[in-house]
Design a protein around this ligand. Structure first.
Ligand SMILES: O=C(O)C1=C[C@@H](OP(=O)(O)O)[C@@H](O)[C@H](O)C1
Ligand SMILES: C=C(OP(=O)(O)O)C(=O)O
Length: 410
């Protein structure tokens, strides 16, 4: 149902938050558990929509799966089902049917898979006639989505001849590939990555107990709040220093934006301090999901910025670059995309709309990164706030717990 939230900030935030579990780890754990033929329950599995669609697919008697808006579920399941005896159909939301999948489909086809595009060439929905894959040697572009590489890697040890993958062009989101390889290693499978070549020999997975870490990307919205609200002290449960998630780099990136981090036994404590850089520069190629948090934080803190490495943002839940430009303009900030992969704010302002309502474009991260703007704008309106279910179903409940007031308007 369409709805809108009006959000008012507290004076300061001193609270403890139980973060959601990582959807990236949850969805890898589900695929690996299935490949290990393990029946052991995964501990702390995420309850977010992106994980639910995968759970539903695994529990379904049907051969038709609707993975809605979950990129990981779409890509991981395509590779998984390509090697599973049977005839399968995978579909998703309208936006999912516009997100590319051809590099994965072409590579799987070269490895022996039988996959058909049911609507537009190159995009979901897909019909898959699954069978044991031969494997072999393939070339794949690394500059569209790392999820293609992760999807192929997880099924690679089950292929008759294993897999040799030569990655061409710049690799986006590399820490997510490291995450995949790290989790495969925990299940007893060795992956060799040298330069641009990744080799996986045929191997057997070993069933292991899996526990999902708390989500560092979700933590970034709390860093934004601490950065904008002086005197904040927020304990975030479940995060660890030795995390496998690349977005744990949020700890270092927020140092210049006035947030310090203390690691404690059961998580971290973040505190606002007065540090504020004159200008913020970062290449987000390794942490694309953090870009919206930083664009919003910098504008609200009046810190001009230059971001690079954000080309993949254009093919996520929405064109996130355009969405940021549109919505931050409503609040009085003029951002520019001078070339693909870049986003800049030189401090230019315009007159904000009188009562701006932020559109969220079916993108959870638009809602979560802009809601903290209530701190500097006294209040903020967020349209279709339910989008947060994709990765952080309790986001609004947690904001209320932290002292924000949320009025629902229908
Ligand atoms: O493998 C993963 O779990 C993910 C990889 C990234 O996508 P891309 O590789 O498409 O950039 C990231 O944006 C997404 O939220 C989760
Ligand atoms: C890009 C994202 O998800 P996905 O690509 O898995 O749909 C995200 O959660 O920010």
């Amino acid at each position: 149902m369409l709805s809108q939230y009006k959000i008012y900030p507290p004076e300061t935030v001193k609270t403890t938050i139980q973060l959601p579990a990582s959807k990236s780890i949850s969805n890898r754990a589900m695929i690996l558990n299935a490949l290990c033929l393990s029946t052991a329950p995964i501990k702390n599995l995420s309850d977010c929509e992106d994980t639910k669609v995968l759970i539903d697919a695994f529990n379904s008697d049907s051969n038709l799966f609707d993975i809605k808006a979950a990129g990981t579920a779409m890509r991981f399941l395509t590779a998984f089902l390509a090697g599973m005896e049977g005839e399968w159909i995978i579909k998703g939301t309208e936006r999912m049917h516009q997100r590319p999948i051809h590099p994965l489909v072409e590579t799987l086809t070269a490895l022996g898979a039988d996959i058909e595009y049911l609507e537009k060439e190159g995009f979901p929905p897909l019909k898959i006639r699954g069978k044991k894959l031969n494997g072999g040697e393939v070339y794949l572009s690394g500059n569209i989505s790392s999820q293609f590489i992760s999807a192929l890697l997880m099924v690679a040890p089950t292929m008759k001849n294993g897999l040799i993958m030569h990655i061409e062009k710049e690799i986006v989101s590399k820490p997510y590939i490291d995450l995949t390889i790290g989790m495969m290693a925990k299940c007893g499978v060795h992956v060799k990555w040298e330069g641009n070549d990744i080799t996986v020999k045929p191997q057997n997975y070993k069933a292991v107990d899996m526990t999902v870490e708390a989500d560092w990307t979700a933590a970034s919205y709390w860093y934004e709040i601490a950065s904008l609200l002086p005197g904040s002290e927020i304990k975030l449960l479940g995060l660890t220093k030795d995390s496998m998630q690349g977005d744990s780099n949020v700890v270092n990136l927020f140092v210049d934006l006035g947030v310090s981090t203390e690691f404690v036994v059961d998580g971290i404590i973040i505190r606002s301090n007065n540090k504020k850089t004159k200008k913020f520069f970062h290449n987000f190629i390794n942490e694309p999901d953090l870009a919206q948090t930083f664009a919003a934080t910098c504008c609200f803190k009046k810190v001009p910025f230059i971001f690079s490495g954000i080309q993949s943002l254009k093919i996520k839940e929405t064109d996130r670059v355009q969405a940021l430009i549109n919505e931050l303009k409503k609040l009085g900030y003029i951002l520019t995309e001078n070339e693909i992969g870049m986003l800049e704010w030189d401090g230019e302002r315009c007159i904000p709309e009188k009562e701006p309502a932020i559109d969220t474009y079916d993108d959870h991260r638009m809602a979560m990164s802009l809601a903290p703007g209530s701190i500097v704008k006294q209040s903020i309106l967020i349209n279709d706030p339910d989008v947060v279910y994709k990765s952080y179903p309790n986001f609004w409940k947690d904001l209320k717990h932290a002292g924000f007031v949320i009025e629902e308007r229908k």
